[in-house]
Design a protein. Structure first.
Length: 396
């Protein structure tokens, strides 16, 4: 199956447009990392506490930010979570933390709850953010059913039923204290109304990553990425010529420009792309090498253009199908896979574009530079026998 046959697009003739676009995009990425957003490490790499909050209505990010600032939490990151599900109304709040113990986790959770509870009635506790133990102790103190010796066991079971109903049936957010009538004795509900109120949010989950663990993960991720890039460059240098490797690897600051956090799943995507993004480049360069032996009297730029056109259909088919797959993952895969799929979407677009518009022009420019220096252009013409090379004359 072919989309295009006998195409004759002058890709090399438009190389300055391609190079200008790539230069602008790359410089913007570098400036973003150096001066604007920096490298937006996720909590996996910088350490901190993640607090997952669900609201009863659509959350207002600006109001949440204002509440955090008013409470003295100025370094938090607020991100809408699970937006693909209608009515989820979930927000992920990230708090920088220098400790890794349970006290630090509880402190961050309590700080966010206190910041969001702007209209809490005096002397009452929030039923949406109360634990089983808190509800049980309240019922034991009030003893609305006059249970006597069986109070501890029965009130404990009642408190657990209330929390299970809130978290499992009502997705963590009650709209009123009376909602728990479906889970417990009405007499208990009347007592709960005296000591509890219901806020418009509930903390669903809290996670913590210590700064030392984050620094170790960050170092290991950087090393894994560097080793993968180095290995790919060595392979390309041995298989082709060193300039092929340099032309094939292009790094951009897309995550910094869009201010998206880099997590462990994003690093996994980057490691995947280091190999995948060079796939089309290797196919194009293989065709260039084959055509050099068949078209020795042609200019190198014409050979490169012909090679790109001959592999264009294959490039569209393979990259296009892969792109559609990762695009579906990006649109419908949910928040957990959002960073991973975003890296793949950007990587496939940039990788395919660079194979056609960047790698080949750099190769031609390098060979032209060798000619101006009085050196014979060196092109690998044999992949057999390890690193065997033949010198082929090509018109500049």
């Amino acid at each position: 199956m072919e989309f295009f046959r006998n195409t004759n697009i002058d890709f090399l003739g438009k190389k300055w447009y391609f190079l200008a676009f790539s230069l602008i995009f790359s410089v913007a990425g570098v400036f973003s990392m150096l001066f604007w957003h920096g490298i937006p490490y996720g909590v996996d790499f910088r350490g901190g506490t993640l607090v997952y909050v669900k609201f009863s209505q659509t959350p207002d990010d600006k109001a949440i930010r204002a509440a955090m600032d008013h409470a003295g939490l100025h370094s938090v990151k607020i991100q809408r979570y699970n937006e693909s599900q209608a009515g989820s109304n979930e927000v992920l709040i990230s708090v920088s933390e220098e400790e890794t113990n349970e006290q630090a986790l509880d402190r961050s959770k309590l700080a966010i709850i206190n910041a969001l509870e702007t209209n809490a009635p005096a002397g009452k506790q929030d039923l949406n953010n109360s634990s089983v133990l808190t509800i049980k102790n309240y019922l034991l103190q009030k003893d609305p059913l006059h249970l006597g010796t069986d109070a501890d066991q029965k009130y404990g079971a009642a408190a657990q039923a209330i929390v299970d109903y809130r978290d499992k049936t009502r997705s963590g957010v009650l709209t009123s204290v009376d909602d728990v009538k479906a889970a417990t004795d009405p007499a208990l509900v009347a007592s709960l109304n005296d000591g509890f109120f219901v806020s418009n949010f509930g903390v669903r989950n809290v996670e913590i990553v210590g700064p030392q663990v984050g620094a170790q993960l960050r170092r290991q991720a950087l090393l894994a990425t560097a080793y993968s890039l180095a290995g790919m460059l060595v392979y390309l240098a041995v298989r082709f010529e060193w300039i092929y490797g340099v032309a094939a690897v292009i790094t951009v600051g897309a995550f910094s420009l869009t201010d998206k956090e880099i997590s462990l799943t994003v690093i996994a995507a980057i490691l995947t792309l280091i190999g995948y993004s060079n796939n089309d480049t290797i196919v194009v360069f293989d065709r260039i090498r084959e055509n050099l032996k068949l078209m020795r009297r042609e200019k190198l730029s014409e050979i490169v253009n012909r090679s790109i056109n001959q592999t264009l259909s294959r490039t569209i088919l393979t990259a296009g199908l892969t792109f559609l797959t990762v695009l579906a993952l990006f649109l419908f895969g949910g928040e957990v896979l959002h960073g991973f799929s975003f890296a793949l979407v950007i990587g496939i677009l940039i990788g395919t574009y660079s194979s056609i518009a960047i790698a080949a022009p750099i190769l031609v420019a390098y060979q032209d530079w060798r000619s101006t220096q009085g050196k014979q252009p060196v092109i690998v013409t044999s992949s057999k026998g390890g690193s065997a090379r033949d010198k082929v004359k090509a018109k500049a």
